[in-house]
Write a protein that binds this ligand. Structure first.
Ligand SMILES: [Zn+2]
Ligand SMILES: [Zn+2]
Length: 79
């Protein structure tokens, strides 16, 4: 069984992934990077893809990612 990774992926308003450096406010750090700012945070699972609806703030995405990770742990056979 391959390792499952669950991560939080920041998104722009148009749904594309944001890999740009941003300030804590979510605004782009470098105006020349072409970044339009982060507006959503998607929980992405290596097995299920995007989990649920994207969250507007990181503070909501983190518990969703944690809850999904716990679901995977619960599904594993007992050791
Ligand atoms: Zn960006
Ligand atoms: Zn999953």
């Amino acid at each position: 069984m391959s390792r499952i990774t669950i991560r939080i992926e920041p998104r722009h308003a148009d749904g594309s992934r944001c890999d740009h450096p941003v300030k804590p406010s979510g605004k782009p750090r470098d105006a020349a990077s072409g970044c339009m700012g982060r507006t959503a945070y998607a929980v992405v699972c290596s097995m299920h893809g995007i989990v649920g609806a994207p969250h507007h703030v990181m503070q909501l995405a983190e518990p969703a990612a944690r809850a999904h990770r716990i679901e995977h742990l619960a599904a594993l056979p007992a050791r």
